[in-house]
Design a protein around this ligand. Structure first.
Ligand SMILES: C[S@@+](CC[C@H](N)C(=O)[O-])C[C@H]1O[C@@H](n2cnc3c(N)ncnc32)[C@H](O)[C@@H]1O
Length: 295
């Protein structure tokens, strides 16, 4: 299938719908479409921070022939991603690491490093007999850098905790962190939730946290030394797919767990999820994906 001429995803003959593997608002097809503008191709390397089930990296490996590393802190997500890649033709090119991605280059848990072809030129490494705990690695300037680093609706790992800060600093922190991972002239792809206006109801801020406006995001990109290459906004059908996927999972869980002690709490959260969506989120909140590079 020639993906450049259509945005339909090929059927990979999976048992459940593809949408369940992307946790945010952007479908794999939208992410492939955006990443094309980073000039990805065979031999290039992508780092996906907060990779979830690894779907974006899988799609990029499939469509551009890249190799890459996905990192996620959730062991269940990584286990799923590893199974998916093992059953694909890209197992030798894509690796998933269970790690706190804010601690990049997470050398301690990177099992690919010893066989990385760029490492032999690092003068610190040959004598290092303790690679997994090697304290020199984080400062090793010859660690292979990436052509694209991505963070798809996962920047809250970089500052969500500070809910008093408005607008939020997590987007800025993500850029500062991610740019350490890319080569000169490399690209960053970030999908980020935002508020349509600075004037949003407090009930939404209490539920969702303090998000930037789109103008804040664009300003931050420039402040951090990047220029925008591509931009894509979520639409109502993206919202519907995202919200519905969560609804579907909760309903399935409720059906399968008729006597579970968490049942009432789950049901209340399920209803609140719907109320926040129709009452606030769809009116005040969107998600934007931005591809940026330095010029
Ligand atoms: C909304 S999900 C998005 C996942 C994926 N990018 C996608 O679009 O499907 C956010 C992900 O960030 C991961 N995460 C949160 N904090 C993290 C951290 N400190 N390091 C690595 N991953 C983290 C979560 O486990 C979750 O999989």
């Amino acid at each position: 299938m020639d993906f450049s001429s259509t945005l339909e995803m090929p059927d990979r003959d999976r048992p459940i719908i593809e949408d369940e593997y992307i946790i945010g608002l952007f479908s794999p097809a939208r992410l492939v479409s955006l990443a094309r503008y980073a000039g990805l191709g065979p031999g290039q390397r992508v780092l996906d921070l907060g990779c979830g089930y690894g779907e974006a990296l899988l799609a990029w490996a499939e469509h551009f022939g890249i190799s890459g590393v996905g990192a996620d802190a959730d062991p269940a997500h990584i286990e799923w991603a590893r199974n998916a890649i093992a059953n694909s033709p890209y197992a030798d090119r894509v690796q998933y690491i269970c790690a706190d991605a804010t601690q990049y280059p997470f050398a301690a848990s990177c099992t690919q490093l010893p066989s990385c072809t760029q490492l032999p030129s690092c003068t610190q490494l040959p004598s290092c007999t303790q690679l997994p705990s090697c304290t020199q690695l984080p400062s090793c300037t010859q660690l292979p850098s990436f052509d694209l680093a991505s963070c798809i609706t996962a920047t809250n790992m970089f500052g969500r905790a500070d809910v008093r800060m408005y607008p939020s600093s997590m987007f800025r922190n993500a850029i500062r962190h991610m740019k350490k991972a890319i080569r000169d002239g490399g690209y960053l792809l970030i999908a980020e939730p935002y508020y349509y206006t600075a004037d949003v109801p407090q009930a939404l801020i209490d539920y969702e946290g303090p998000l930037n406006t789109e103008a804040d995001l664009i300003r931050t990109i420039r402040d951090e030394g990047f220029e925008l290459v591509q931009i894509a906004h979520s639409d109502r059908s993206d919202w519907d797919r995202y919200i519905s996927s969560n609804l579907y999972h909760t309903i399935r869980w409720l059906k399968e767990n008729p006597t579970h002690p968490d049942r009432q709490r789950k049901l209340e959260s399920h209803r609140r999820w719907q109320d926040m969506y129709v009452g606030y989120r769809v009116e005040f909140q969107g998600c934007v994906a931005v591809l940026m590079t330095s010029v």
